[in-house]
Design a protein around this ligand. Structure first.
Ligand SMILES: Nc1ncnc2c1ncn2[C@@H]1O[C@H](COP(=O)(O)OP(=O)(O)OP(=O)(O)O)[C@@H](O)[C@H]1O
Length: 219
């Protein structure tokens, strides 16, 4: 589904490349962890995959189309969905309105379908009452579940997450990992997670380690 071909990236000078000549392939129906030391460049790679930055070398190809052909704006709107450590919800809205807004902005096939949005939130463990109160009144684990439900309401087959369990306790971490597995396996999406947590990496189908400017498949 997603191919990275000979990707290289540096911030200041090419001699200081975080990584170069990276060839990676990601498929729908699977989850992938990206692990590696702090500062090695994991978030940077994710920002290239999310279309937030352009690679300095190489090409990113989605279903046979170059990202530059798709256009980064369209790519970010329709093709990729991002889950952040800090949830990034619209804090002045309810969970339900967060989902409806995302569905409208991304022109999801479920746009305007309140019943579907409610069903996703219910599936992720929110009560009818929690769905309609301000998101800031929910716990961190509940807010992250809303962020994941938002992804499930959008059509993007590619889901990227940067330390999505970084703010969660052990129990919520396990639940969130299972939700990502459901998104990958039951919704046939491609899930790519940057994580420091060995448990999260172990739960993913595959794990790539970034070390010495290269990615190696660990499992
Ligand atoms: N906008 C920027 N300008 C210059 N250097 C940057 C910028 N963003 C990140 N860096 C540097 O690039 C390197 C990789 O950063 P990145 O955040 O991708 O690493 P990471 O592996 O995700 O780290 P962590 O696990 O600590 O989040 C770091 O040395 C960082 O200081």
């Amino acid at each position: 589904m997603l191919e990275l071909k000979q990707i290289g990236y540096w911030y200041d000078r090419e001699e200081n490349s975080l990584f170069k000549n990276v060839d990676l392939t990601f498929e729908t129906g699977h989850s992938y962890a990206i692990v590696g030391q702090s500062g090695s460049g994991k978030t940077t790679l994710l920002s290239l995959i999310a279309g937030l930055e352009k690679p300095k070398a190489g090409e990113i190809i989605l279903n046979g189309q170059l990202l530059s052909q798709i256009g980064l704006t369209k790519y970010r709107q329709k093709k990729v969905s991002i889950v952040f450590q800090s949830y990034n919800l619209l804090t002045y809205m309810s969970p339900l309105n967060n989902l409806l807004t995302a569905m409208a902005v991304t022109k999801s096939t479920h746009e305007g379908d309140k019943t579907y949005a409610r069903e996703m939130l219910r599936k992720l463990g929110l009560t009818d009452e929690q769905m309609t109160k301000n998101v800031q009144r929910l716990s961190g684990g509940q807010q992250q579940r809303v962020a994941i439900a938002r992804t499930m309401c959008c059509d993007a087959k590619l889901v990227v997450a940067d330390e999505p369990t970084g703010n969660l306790d052990e129990e919520n971490t396990q639940e969130v990992i299972q939700l990502f597995q459901t998104i990958a396996h039951e919704q046939d999406r491609c899930v790519i997670i940057v994580t420091h947590e060995p448990d999260v990496a172990a739960a993913c189908d595959y794990s790539y380690r970034l070390a010495h400017h290269e990615f190696a498949l660990e499992k």
